[in-house]
Design a protein around this ligand. Sequence first.
Ligand code: G
Ligand code: MN
Length: 268
Amino acid sequence: MEREQKIIVSLLRGIQNGDGLRFCYQPIFSEEDQAFIGAEQLVRLSVPELGEVSPGEFIPIAERHGLICSLDLRILRHGLELLSGLGHQTGLQSLNINLSPLTLTEPGGSEAVYDLVRRRPELCSRLCLELTETALEADHGRVAPAMQRLAGLGVTLAIDDFGAGESTILRCLDVPFQIVKLDKQLIDRLEGRQARSVLRAVLQCCHSLGCRVVAEGIERPEQYRHLLSLGCTYYQGYYFSRPLPERKWLTNPPLSMIQSGREGRAVV
Ligand code: G
Ligand code: MN
């Protein structure tokens, strides 16, 4: 094993006490409200020898070493505590927390997630769990019922990174998703006529199923304009706001009231 990986694995093994995890929040903009109505929790790993490691790097390592379930539970616990401390005054409609599909297929994993959420019924209506589209490929027979049980608690479910995986439409039908998050790779191809046609069809399909659609990874005003013309109503990306460190996000003006700097000035 490479030295870097070894360091990350040993840090992840001791993660239960929370050392090394840094939480950021990236606001989600609603066109209808002209304001941020939610945020996605994004986690960074601070490694003394390596600096800050992104989830794109450490999540696959955690998954390979059987550490993802305890990591996801630790992250979910933090998110629930934060949500509980926020109260309803902020106008925050939803806090989105990422969950690895592997966590739901590990022995005891889906039960542990379910128990954690079930104990906080007052938070369920403001909790959104994001599962990557690959969740629908991996052991679908186990993931779909686990997600249905979570939805039964009143939690919102989102398909993350939609358009980058290989799930079939049939599989999507088995899981009660209310939100579809369009992957940045799809957004990056907006300039092409074909990609635009695909996106228009995806948006129409999702809306006719009653799903909300969040376009992710918006970096430029023309991407936003294109998507507006295709009927997209929720946005996330550097153009609207970068992920903010927890303290900064919490101490900013009332969360839902932060107006985005859409005129080419990202709120940082
Ligand atoms: O898989 P998921 O969509 O949850 O990953 C979100 C990741 O994308 C985070 O690490 C976040 O920092 C990053 N991100 C969010 N918005 C943008 C953006 O506009 N551009 C780029 N390049 N990355 C982004
Ligand atoms: Mn996500």
